[in-house]
Design a protein. Structure first.
Length: 180
């Protein structure tokens, strides 16, 4: 789904709580569409302060990064907007260039900060999946399939249902093993 410029303007005019409620309503009927909307709406939307908070640096540092070539979008007279993913990639590239004088501990700390920044970016985009929510959804889906086995039994017999239940049991064991 591609938002038009007018769609984006309308959605961006909503308060944060109104926008979140709207996206949650959409997610009830189509989680995929809600996810795509989140990505489109929040891409390139971080302010200098948000970027500074995200990376744990001062706002002045963002201005310095901008002068050094940090990617941003902006119009004269309007505050620049930043795509956190592009900034993180730019920073990673800068670290590769500047590593020379850093000791190993500093390099590890910086690498961990970049990983954390990537996780925070995914949280903001809504593309991180909560482990408990995923587990609950998987268990719910398997329960729905089990309920549907009655129709399956009428059409294909008891042996087919037994095989399907064995497969579902194996699937549940694999899910529990992978998520515990």
């Amino acid at each position: 789904m591609q938002l038009t410029h007018d769609d984006k303007r309308f959605l961006q005019s909503l308060s944060a709580s109104e926008l979140e409620a709207c996206l949650n309503d959409i997610a009830q009927t189509s989680p995929t569409v809600a996810h795509e909307l989140r990505q489109q709406l929040f891409k390139n939307q971080a302010t200098r302060q948000e970027v500074a908070d995200f990376f744990g640096v001062a706002v002045d540092t963002i201005d310095l990064w901008k002068r050094k070539g940090c990617p941003y979008e902006g119009i004269t007279g309007v505050e620049s907007k930043y795509d956190l993913e592009k900034v993180a990639k730019w920073l990673a590239h800068q670290k590769v260039i500047q590593i020379g004088g850093d000791d190993l501990q500093d390099q590890k700390l910086k690498a961990e900060r970049l990983k954390l920044a990537e996780i925070k970016r995914k949280q903001l985009e809504g593309s991180l999946i909560d482990r408990n929510q995923l587990m609950g959804a998987l268990v719910s889906w398997i329960s729905l399939i089990r309920k549907g086995t009655q129709r399956f039994q009428r059409n294909f017999g008891d042996e087919a249902v037994e095989q399907l239940n064995e497969l579902l049991d194996e699937t549940m064991e694999a899910i529990e093993r992978d998520f515990t």
